[in-house]
Write a protein that binds this ligand. Structure first.
Ligand code: AMP
Length: 398
């Protein structure tokens, strides 16, 4: 495959001021970082740049501040990052202007500096040209390692790419490679598993997928909308009955594109939306009118496993049931374990993403066995919808 994006292999960073856009939007509890996954992911790029003699200047947003707000400072995140990478990370109280310029002037080759939250300036989200210029003055090269923010055309995620030589960091590169293998240039046949609560949040995604994949498994609450549209009784299950026509349109589009739609053939039904509430598997012709479908049934799981066996590539977003409550995580866990097994056996390339999906795969203890698990939420979904991501497009070799 020809190379589509510039990477760190294409630039000489020794002695250069590298503006490195990263994802520091980590969860915090009582002023401390409670999950360092995102920091661990960006560590390789930071350490490589530092080892190559770059002055590594980190740019990132944190939360959704309206103007400067000490509660949304990146200072404690920079301290946590320093522990993760076991190197000093200096901090500047602003991402532009004198504070940033002084701190950068004091840097030696290999040093690492974190600039304050870019969103303390409202111009960041507006991709304001003057703000972009103020940022661009601080560096010689822009490296984007924040795939999770690439669906936004903000100053630090996109604007800088037009002002400075630009390339993808190693985390972004790994993400792009994985996504490319999953949908753009996959080994066929390709199967997608889409679950989650609602059809309404995933219409664009479903419409894009049916034209790209060979089989589409629909599970979770959103499957209920499809089953209802096709005339099945679904009792008191979560469903968007007003979207029946949309569901039927997606089914038709799939048929026209030769994409097999795999809907549940049975369901696990409970009478209360609560963990461990008594439940039972029913065929679709026998869903009790006062029951709620909370998971796919055993026959559906068998079909999904068989469909995974027929595929060479899998893309997964969304749980197949109300996985936060036992035993309604069973369908998701069994399907995930099977995908993990096929991946370990080198029969399957498996890519999954989205917040709940990562949580579900962790619950099944198989996230490490998938080929790639994206921690990006919105950006991963927009990519699945087939939308160009501004922060990625700007890195493309033309
Ligand atoms: P999403 O954010 O769209 O991926 O949806 C994830 C949510 O869908 C999770 O909180 C699941 O509990 C929920 N969900 C999945 N299947 C069902 C179902 N059959 N009934 C109710 N909620 C469900």
């Amino acid at each position: 495959m020809t190379k589509q994006f510039r990477t760190l292999d294409d630039v000489d960073v020794n002695g250069k001021r590298v503006l490195l856009r990263v994802d520091l939007n980590v969860p915090m509890e009582n002023g401390r970082v409670s999950d360092t996954t995102r920091l661990e992911r960006i560590a390789p790029t930071i350490l490589e740049l530092s080892a190559k003699g770059a002055k590594v200047i980190l740019l990132a947003h944190f939360g959704r501040p309206k103007g400067r707000d000490p509660k949304e400072s990146l200072k404690p995140v920079a301290a946590a990052l320093s522990q993760v990478i076991r190197k000093e990370v200096a901090f500047a109280d602003d991402c532009i202007g004198e504070a940033a310029e002084k701190a950068i002037a004091a840097m030696k080759n290999g040093d690492i500096l974190c600039l304050e939250n870019t969103r303390f300036h409202k111009e960041e989200e507006k991709n304001d040209p003057a703000f972009v210029a103020s940022l661009a003055r601080l560096g010689d090269i822009w490296v984007n390692d924040a795939f999770s923010a690439a669906h936004r055309a903000h100053a630090s995620t996109e604007g800088l790419g037009h002002k400075l030589p630009a390339c993808a960091g190693r985390t972004m590169q790994a993400e792009l490679d994985a996504l490319n293998k999953a949908l753009e240039a996959p080994t066929k046949p390709v199967i997608a598993i889409i679950g989650g609560a609602k059809v309404s949040t995933k219409i664009d995604l479903l419409e894009n997928l049916v034209s790209k994949v060979d089989a589409l498994v629909i599970g979770g609450g959103m499957a209920n909308t499809f089953l209802h549209a096709q005339g099945a009784g679904i009792g008191k299950s979560l469903a968007e009955k007003d979207l029946a026509a949309t569901a039927l349109r997606i089914v038709e589009k799939a048929a026209a594109a030769n994409c097999a739609i795999i809907l549940p053939v049975d369901a696990v039904v409970a009478f209360q939306f609560a963990a461990n509430s008594p439940s039972h598997a029913y065929g679709l012709d026998a869903i009790p009118p006062d029951g709620m479908i909370l998971d796919v049934g055993p026959q559906s799981v068998a079909r999904i496993r068989a469909a995974i066996d027929d595929a060479a590539t899998l893309v997964w977003n969304g749980p197949l049931g109300a996985f936060e409550m036992t035993p309604f995580d069973r369908g998701t866990v069994l399907a995930a374990r099977h995908a993990a097994e096929r991946t370990r056996a080198k029969k399957l390339v498996s890519v999954a993403g989205g917040g709940d999906t990562v949580a579900a795969l962790n619950q099944a203890a198989v996230a490490g066995d998938f080929t790639y698990v994206s921690t990006a939420g919105g950006a991963f979904l927009e990519w699945m919808e087939g939308k160009p991501l501004p922060g990625v497009e700007v890195l493309r070799i033309r």
